[in-house]
Design a protein around this ligand. Structure first.
Ligand SMILES: Cc1cc2nc3c(=O)[nH]c(=O)nc-3n(C[C@H](O)[C@H](O)[C@H](O)COP(=O)(O)OP(=O)(O)OC[C@H]3O[C@@H](n4cnc5c(N)ncnc54)[C@H](O)[C@@H]3O)c2cc1C
Length: 239
């Protein structure tokens, strides 16, 4: 049986080395008579920086973490997944174009696990992708531009992109897309983005979590049961 890797491939390609110092300087500047450059150049104590940073983030003063920009190189994700990602308006994207890049032979595609684990349905899925590929190729061979031939390509077609975002938006993205209500593939992709960053910046683990972890309750209509729902919480408090 053909083996496919249906997992997103995610690499952190850029992050500032002086992340903590930058955020600390932004936070401290708000409460200090000193010049920001003096604050930046005089601080080196990680524990001291983290103490203030966590207090400031905890009180919702999020502009301080907008100074940190990170970039990821992502591949092996479906267009269904990237379509959801690009809904986030504070992210920057450079995605492989289906206009400029003509598919040659069978295009890469992602098989969702629910179909992948069922041999009969998996075979149907693969056969269908082959049919789509043949049709796409027929259009291209007939001189149809790739930007029009691509109209037959499915949501399953694999894509690649580079994306950049600031830390505030990454926390927001994680809070929404690590929630079990999010689609499985974007959840895997965002988890891989968070893991890549927390491997280098472990202090971010407390923030790059599903929103219920930060809220202390679930505000979704249908809860997975991980946390008490908002309605249950209100009922408990007699509100
Ligand atoms: C589980 C799940 C299911 C979803 N289902 C659907 C669906 O069925 N259909 C659908 O169309 N979408 C759906 N979405 C996408 C969703 O509606 C949002 O478009 C997407 O999650 C981006 O979130 P956002 O707007 O909070 O974030 P971002 O675009 O990343 O913006 C971050 C924050 O900036 C602020 N902001 C940004 N732009 C504006 C603005 N113009 N005005 C005011 N404030 C702004 C908001 O506070 C926002 O939360 C779904 C998302 C999730 C997580």
């Amino acid at each position: 049986m053909e083996q496919r890797n249906n997992k997103p491939v995610v690499h952190l390609i850029s992050k500032p080395d002086n992340m903590l110092k930058t955020i600390y300087t932004a936070c401290r500047t708000c409460y200090s008579a000193d010049y920001p450059i003096n604050i930046y150049e005089s601080v080196d104590d990680e524990e001291k920086m983290l103490k203030l940073i966590k207090r400031v983030i905890g009180s919702g003063h999020y502009s301080t973490i907008e100074h940190i920009q990170v970039s990821f190189a992502i591949s092996n994700v479906s267009r269904a997944c990237t379509h959801q990602l690009v809904r986030h308006r504070h992210m920057s994207f450079s995605q492989k174009s289906q206009r400029y890049v003509k598919e040659k032979g069978q295009f890469d595609y992602i098989i969702p696990p629910t179909i992948d684990k069922n041999p009969e349905l998996r075979e149907k899925f693969i056969n269908f992708m082959a049919q789509v590929s043949d049709q796409y190729q027929e259009f291209v061979d007939a001189g149809i531009p790739a930007e029009d031939a691509r109209f037959v390509l499915p949501n399953a077609a694999a894509s690649s992109l580079v994306t950049s975002l600031n830390l505030r938006e990454l926390i927001h993205l994680a809070n929404l897309r690590l929630c079990t209500r999010a689609q499985y593939e974007i959840r895997m992709m965002v988890k891989a983005m968070c893991d890549a960053l927390t491997a280098e910046e472990p202090w971010l683990k407390d923030y790059l979590v599903p929103k219920c972890e930060r809220l202390g309750f679930c505000d979704e209509d249908k809860s997975c049961g991980r946390k008490i729902t908002q309605a249950e919480l209100f009922a408990k408090a007699g509100i």
